[in-house]
Design a protein around this ligand. Sequence first.
Ligand SMILES: *Cc1c(COP(=O)(O)O)cnc(C)c1O
Length: 393
Amino acid sequence: MKLPVYMDNHATTPVDPRVLEAMLPYFTEVYGNAASRNHRLGWEAEAAVETARKQVAKLINASPQEIVFTSGATESDNLAIKGAAWAHRGRGNHIVTLPTEHKAVLDAAKRLEQEGFSVTCARVGADGLVDPDDVKRALTDGTMLVSVMAANNEIGVLQPIAEIGKLCRERGILFHTDAAQAAGKAPVDVERMGVDLLSISAHKIYGPKGVGALYVRGKNPAVEIAPLIDGGGHECGLRSGTLNVPGIVGLGKACELCRLEMPEESRRLGGWRDRLRDGIFSRLDDVRVNGSMEHRLPHNLNVSFGGIDGESLLVGMNDVAVSLGSACMSATREPSYVLKALGVSDDRAQSSVRFGLGRFNTEEEVDYVIGRVVETANVLRDISVKAEGKCKG
Ligand SMILES: *Cc1c(COP(=O)(O)O)cnc(C)c1O
């Protein structure tokens, strides 16, 4: 077993060797610009991009022409939200989202507030799930966009996307979902879910960093958005800039592997996630899972360890790579805004650790992590009991 054991697969995933292998020729052999129409190296690059477009589309039951390649889910979220807002200002200026969204969604919406849009966050329950009726109640005559993530990056809960898609469709409101954590890990189908715009990131699904995609509905109805980046008119004018051909090839291959292996992988990782939970819960008191266990990604576990500082737990088991919550928030040391939105106390939020299993974990690693978590938590609790005793004595 190689240390550290990596269980932070919501922050990023290693590149699958099969993805890397697919990418390699496009750095040094087929290095043409996919927009070059006058020679074979350009055509071959373009053909590879079109193959990837099909692979991405197939994962989410879309058509290839509905896929726009971007630099990742942050850009896809910004393009979806600002692009929809700018193109449809005439329809209204109200946006509905959730307090538990990724910052790429929340801060894009906040930026639009400075331009005169208004934003409502529908509440989530103690289990992290939004009730579609609460989304419905948040809608006004001026609502032009709803953005609700498919799966949360901290607590892994799966939102009722199909229900929300249906009520948006009935009212002619655009519906965006950030599926950076869900695509490739749980079934995602843009038709069944009634989604108009959907964000994907390659590095969350064993592809390379710095590449992603936005699905933009092409029919029933065709959805119009405005670009964020102007230039050579690539990607039908929605995202100018020379295409990242190796990255796009990697994203396509990553999507294909997820589509083919998801049923088996979900079962395997779901079994190990439950083993991790049961192993920890049978040997430690005062531990709680954050977020719905029923509507949850199979590889996610988020646990509060009563009376323990999460940061100390992580420092104490430095041969296990897990995190407190979102990687983007770890610099601030504020308690997770996602957990706070569930009504979790500051103390409990500070004691929470996110485990994200992945394709390359083994059962041996799961058992090792259980042992290290239990051992470290017991040491920390002993220390605090002794410290309390000393104060009293
Ligand atoms: C990782 C992540 C993002 C950002 O994706 P990048 O490709 O790193 O920009 C956005 N939303 C969610 C839910 C994520 O997990």
